[in-house]
Design a protein around this ligand. Structure first.
Ligand SMILES: [Zn+2]
Length: 400
């Protein structure tokens, strides 16, 4: 028979839980932590003292309580002192940010990425330079506790190697390893699929806060997705789970970059929309998608027909996902935000035809609250994961 967790294991678990609480909810009074975490006052006091001594949180008197009696101290994350680097390798841009505990973006750099054949140097070079610039500007008493990147491609969970991506074909790119080498911070670089991380970001800090079953759909050149089930991200056996863009919705349909035919991505991605609107080639990217939606708003019948066609396939894809996962919410991000806003009626009517009534009745369809930064916010959360799991251990390593 296995013995239960030791006092030390319980303490570590509780330290992580308390830190996670103030990281996600912001400054919280001791009294509130006591009731929300279901621990007694003296335990909360001891945990807070440990985290304060480690420099992860600080306690302050609340500004105005408006109530009589002794106010409960407020615990707030040491946002300016403890931080991570979050990186985003998007199809059209590269972003690096320094994000403080608690989620505040302290500093950020961004550059446009040209579409074309993939080169590791073209991605790693600018991101490493950005991180170094930001690192030089930090005060000596600050501490970096993690680095993570969102990558628009299939990322293997165990080693962070990128296995496939838009314009990449099927390759093995040791992105995380190379990034860590170039940053030379003595920290590994965790890598996640961008849509998976955006799903987590919307669940933790965006439109899906409090919603434990959520499907996030992200569109750009391709269509990616992330499935949150019971509060956890579905990764699958190797981490490639949630590739909803390659769910076949139309076997007679358009060729997909993956070699298959009629994948959701081939029917609702940027190219499908622009071709249906007769605009492919002149413009690409988000601006081109917005131009189709605003033309449809102004009564352009070709643009309206293109959105209606794409909205229909999008609705079919969502209906399949709703039948399989029974989410409480489906969130549209990237260019699918614009597509959904321009074709919501079509998406809904397809859902009404093809999704099981009990699964669709309480379903909420929403657009991203974090916008194009959902992937970056998700990368920051991935970078914070370890310090939130075991605060003192990570801090001891970072400080050594
Ligand atoms: Zn495909």
């Amino acid at each position: 028979m296995r013995a239960g967790p030791s006092q030390e294991e319980i303490r570590r678990h509780n330290l992580g839980a308390l830190l996670r609480h103030v990281h996600l909810s912001g400054p919280t009074s001791r009294a509130e932590l006591t009731s929300r975490m279901g621990l007694n006052r003296s335990t909360i006091m001891a945990l807070t003292a440990d985290l304060t001594a480690a420099g992860l949180v600080r306690e302050e008197l609340p500004r105005e309580t408006g109530r009589a009696g002794r106010p409960s101290l407020v615990v707030r994350p040491e946002s300016a002192r403890v931080y991570v680097f979050a990186l985003d390798v998007g199809v059209d841009r590269l972003v690096a940010a320094r994000v403080g505990l608690g989620g505040a973006v302290l500093d950020r750099r961004e550059t446009v990425r040209r579409r074309g054949p993939f080169s590791l140097e073209e991605v790693v070079g600018p991101l490493a330079a950005f991180a170094r610039q930001m690192h030089r500007r930090t005060r000596p008493d600050t501490v970096c506790v993690g680095v993570a990147a969102a990558f628009s491609g299939g990322v293997a969970q165990h080693d962070g190697v990128v296995r496939f991506g838009p314009n990449m074909g099927s390759v093995d790119v040791p992105f995380g390893e190379e990034m860590a080498r170039r940053l030379a911070l003595g920290l590994p670089v965790a890598v996640g699929n961008d849509a998976n991380l955006a799903a987590m970001a919307e669940h933790l800090r965006g439109v899906g806060v409090g919603c434990r079953d959520l499907v996030y759909l992200h569109g750009d050149v391709g269509v990616g997705g992330g499935v949150i089930a019971g509060g956890a991200l579905l990764g699958g056996h190797q981490g490639f789970g949630g590739e909803v863009g390659h769910m076949v919705v139309n076997p007679e349909g358009r060729l997909c970059g993956c070699g298959s035919r009629g994948c959701l991505e081939a029917e609702v991605g940027e190219r499908a929309l622009l071709e249906a609107a007769g605009r492919f080639g002149s413009q690409v990217g988000r601006e081109a998608v917005r131009a189709v939606v605003s033309a449809a708003d102004r009564g352009d019948i070709v643009a309206q027909a293109a959105l209606s066609r794409v909205g229909d396939w999008l609705g079919l894809g969502v209906a399949n996902l709703v039948n399989v996962f029974n989410p409480e919410m489906v969130v549209f991000g990237g260019m699918l935000r614009e597509v959904y806003l321009g074709s919501a009626a079509q998406v809904r009517s397809r859902l009404n035809l093809d999704a099981l009534p009990p699964s669709r009745e309480q379903l909420r369809l929403r657009t991203t609250a974090l916008g194009d930064d959902a992937t970056l916010v998700g990368a920051a959360e991935l970078a914070f994961a370890q310090v939130l799991a075991d605060p003192l251990e990570v801090l001891a390593r970072a400080g050594s």
